[in-house]
Design a protein. Structure first.
Length: 273
């Protein structure tokens, strides 16, 4: 997979005021990317998780912006940028900027709920709720949705972003544990506005979701090696060890079944049963 390069000077005004301070970089494919960079100490685990989970989004048929590796050239890194120059020694993880897309925390949930074709909205949010359980993502909830929406013809299209909180904020040191109900999208105000509790009374309808979700997880299992092989050498990721960990803790039927039971349990909490 090619690595694109910066084509103009990085600007401190393009640093996003979030915990990890990603920066927008204009790349050689002429697109702009939100870029996360390596602390230059040890394995680039944050970037690894961003790349892997963003790659999995395609297997789950979520909307996803293009992802690429972006190398900031030394001549484009000003001394007063506010980010140490050596953090750009290796390629960044780049998420292509989507024009006119806005984070859900910055727009009205009610406006999105009132949009056309809520069936697509519901299907994506329900699938994302399970996806977060499956990837042990503890950082997508009412306080921090990490979903951006773009309005197209009166319909809102959602794009999940920011995945470094998956695997319980860790790197498989202690395996994986289930996230809490409070950390799930099912607990969120957005979920409550979009769904009625009566929609989950049909056990057959809910069970049909299981087959669909399982096929998505199986696609990840089939494609994970290809995703790992694309990772830049400078990230210092032990590809063989990571694939073994993923197969042991995430990409297996036992973990899927455990996540499915958690998903059903959270839906029961939501319906009050």
């Amino acid at each position: 997979m090619p690595t694109f390069q910066s084509i103009e000077a990085l600007d401190k005004a393009n640093i996003i005021a979030t915990n990890n301070r990603p920066i927008i970089i204009h790349a050689s494919d002429l697109n702009f990317y939100y870029c996360k960079y390596h602390s230059n100490v040890g394995t680039a685990n944050r970037l690894f998780k961003e790349w892997l989970i963003a790659s999995f989004l395609s297997d789950w048929q979520f909307n996803r912006s293009s992802i690429n590796f972006i190398q900031a050239l030394p001549e484009h890194i000003p001394n007063d940028l506010g980010i140490p120059r050596n953090q750009f020694d290796v390629p960044c993880f780049g998420l292509q900027k989507i024009d006119d897309a806005i984070d859900l925390t910055q727009i009205s949930e009610d406006a999105v709920v009132r949009s056309r074709n809520k069936n697509n909205l519901k299907a994506d949010l329900l699938k994302l709720a399970f996806f977060d359980i499956w990837t042990a993502n503890e950082d997508r909830n009412s306080n921090n949705y990490n979903i951006i929406y773009k309005q197209v013809g009166g319909e809102y299209l959602g794009y999940p972003i920011d995945h470094e909180a998956c695997f319980n904020f860790q790197n498989f040191e202690n395996g994986l544990v289930q996230i809490t109900y409070q950390d799930s999208l099912i607990y969120s105000s957005f979920f409550a506005k979009l769904f009625k509790t009566s929609e989950f009374k049909s056990k057959e309808r809910v069970e049909n979701l299981k087959d669909s979700f399982y096929l998505c997880s199986r696609n990840c299992r089939q494609n994970v090696n290809a995703y790992l092989q694309n990772i830049p050498a400078g990230w210092n990721v032990n590809i063989v060890a990571k694939e073994a960990e993923l197969n042991q803790f995430l990409l297996n039927d036992e973990w899927f079944e455990e996540c499915w039971h958690t998903f059903l349990e959270f839906l029961q909490y939501f319906t009050g049963e």
